[in-house]
Design a protein around this ligand. Structure first.
Ligand code: KIV
Ligand code: ZN
Length: 529
């Protein structure tokens, strides 16, 4: 069967969108999920964006050996050299060079004539090719470009050494029919087209990203750029889970395959949502909680008679385990470890011990521990979240007094390096009072609140509450999450974790002030070049 390569840009297009920033450890965790899923190409970042971005692209290139690792670069020598320095340690490095080709972008953003853009595209692909054999070229805003000019640019890029040609629908403007026609037109009328792989990169502004990507594939594209959970600029990109399952499910349209192990989809989606502190909308295709739920009587009846009546793909095929085993306080370490393994977690002994300790604490408050609870416990106790916070402030105890006719009060005791600190504060409600008391003790630098979010992990009154707090400072977002059957405790822990991360960042800045430079966005014009 014909193979469609999956190019994941969660760590570049996804990560640069508001509220989705990740630290190095988190990016490595996502990259490991992508490798386990057998993604073909990981776009690990935009190396020139900041020293931190360079470091993460380089680390991923040197750590992940099972995928091609790409870094984005604008069409300038400095961008390309930086991208190459970041990816050259990869098992299979790729430089991804781009330049805008629509009249709008050329005139207002690049302030260049079409002839200049054509010249620059060719020169910069050739410059990149001297360093790396695997070169992708993207014509930004391709779908709003003059098709005749677009074909000229593509031809020059191929002649200069590009091996993959990407046609982005940068602003999510096109339709499936247009996308298919465009890819067919380019493939049929550009010299050298048969020697390269064509790719599509679709944004979701009109909700058509997956449909447009599929249409591009039907038109002959053999690479799709996508992100886990559809993260990305504005309304996001084609979501990996949708396009992969669409190709797998609609074999009748075209006998195509991807190399993706689809049973890793659920795990990867959860990991990314957990890291960015969000949850899937209930009805989100493939990964939402209701995506495979059959509530209505008619549907249940049909599914019982024959699953295919209302199910076009099985939950197992995306890694949702049929057996929602219930554990409880009599379950031992072995049973917990085994279930975690079945759910797809590979934990170190230290992580497993920490999860088991937390599991026992939750069992004291909650009779039945379901898969969703276990997944939440793991998310809150693996190294990626734990190590950064180890050196920080921890909750010792708190006491609250609140009613609907008095001002709420919270007394709180925190612990850091064995020292205990206590304070009391008033607030507009118990959480505000607790946060004010924490501020009194820690005296953090100025910051604003971006998100305060509570969601329940499973059903029932004794459910675990999962609280996410995002605070903004230094042009970045610091995320903290807390998990407890007591939402006050979860809220306090979430705020403490966000502050601990902010304090760790401040320390890092003191030691390496360069890492605090503002990040460049990939879509920014390059001044003076
Ligand atoms: O949307 C877009 O055009 C991009 C390119 C930089 C590939 O992300
Ligand atoms: Zn994009």
């Amino acid at each position: 069967m014909d193979r469609v390569r999956i190019f994941d840009t969660t760590l570049r297009d996804g990560e640069q969108s508001p509220g989705c920033s990740m630290n190095l450890r988190e990016k490595i965790e996502v990259a490991r999920c992508l490798e386990k899923m057998h993604v073909d190409i990981i776009e690990a970042g935009f190396a020139i964006a900041s020293p931190g971005d360079f470091e993460s692209v380089k680390t991923i290139a040197e750590t992940i050996r099972g995928c091609t690792i790409a870094s984005l670069a604008r069409s300038t020598e400095k961008d390309i050299e930086t991208a190459w320095e970041a990816v050259k340690g990869a098992a299979d490095p790729r430089i991804h060079v781009f330049i805008a080709t629509s009249s709008l972008h050329m005139e207002y953003k690049l302030k260049k004539s079409p002839e200049e853009v054509l010249e620059q595209a060719g020169a910069m692909v050739a410059f990149a090719k001297k360093r790396c054999s695997n070169i992708e070229f993207s014509a930004e805003d391709a779908t709003r470009s003059d098709p005749e000019f677009l074909k000229k640019v593509v031809e020059v890029a191929i002649a200069s050494g590009a091996t993959t040609i990407n046609i982005p629908d940068t602003v999510g403007y096109t339709t499936p029919e247009e996308m298919r026609t465009l890819i067919e037109d380019i493939r049929g009328n550009v010299k050298g087209a048969e020697d390269v792989v064509f790719s599509v990169h679709c944004h979701n502004d009109l909700g058509m990203a997956t449909a447009n990507a599929l249409a591009g594939v039907l038109g002959g594209a053999r690479q799709v750029e996508c992100t886990i959970n559809g993260l990305g600029e504005r309304a996001g990109n084609t979501s990996l889970e949708e396009i992969v399952m669409a190709i797998k499910t609609r074999q009748d349209l075209a006998e195509l395959t991807t190399g993706i192990d689809t049973t890793q989809i659920h795990r990867a989606s959860q990991t990314v949502y957990n890291i960015i502190g969000q949850t899937a909308p209930l009805n989100k295709p493939i990964v939402g909680r209701n995506a495979f739920a059959h509530e209505s009587g008619i549907h249940q009846h049909g599914v019982l008679a024959n699953k295919k009546t209302y199910e076009i793909m099985t939950p197992e095929s995306v890694g949702i385990k049929a057996n929602n085993m219930v554990l409880g306080k009599h379950s031992g370490r072995h049973a917990v470890g085994q279930r975690l393994e079945e759910l797809g977690f590979t934990l170190s002994q230290e992580e497993l011990d920490r999860c088991f300790e937390e599991f026992k604490l939750v069992c004291d408050k909650k009779k039945e521990i379901k898969d969703a609870d276990l997944e939440a416990i793991v998310t809150h106790n693996t190294n990626i979240v734990f190590e950064e916070e180890e050196a920080g402030y921890k909750l010792d105890w708190f006491q609250m007094s609140t009613s609907n006719f008095t001002t709420a009060t919270c007394t709180i005791s925190l612990e850091k390096d064995g020292e205990k600190m206590e304070d009391v504060a008033l607030g507009d409600g118990p959480i505000d009072a607790a946060y004010n008391a924490i501020d009194e003790i820690i005296q953090p630098s100025e910051h604003s609140f971006d998100i305060f979010n509570i969601h329940s992990i499973s059903e029932g009154k004794d459910t675990l509450g999962d609280v996410t707090v995002k605070v903004n400072a230094y042009d970045r977002t610091f995320t903290g999450r807390g998990l407890s059957t007591d939402i006050m405790e979860a809220s306090i822990n979430a705020y403490l974790k966000a502050l601990n991360r902010m304090i760790s960042y401040e320390k890092k800045m003191e030691n390496a002030p360069d890492s605090g430079k503002t990040r460049i966005k990939a879509t920014e014009a390059v001044n003076g070049e």
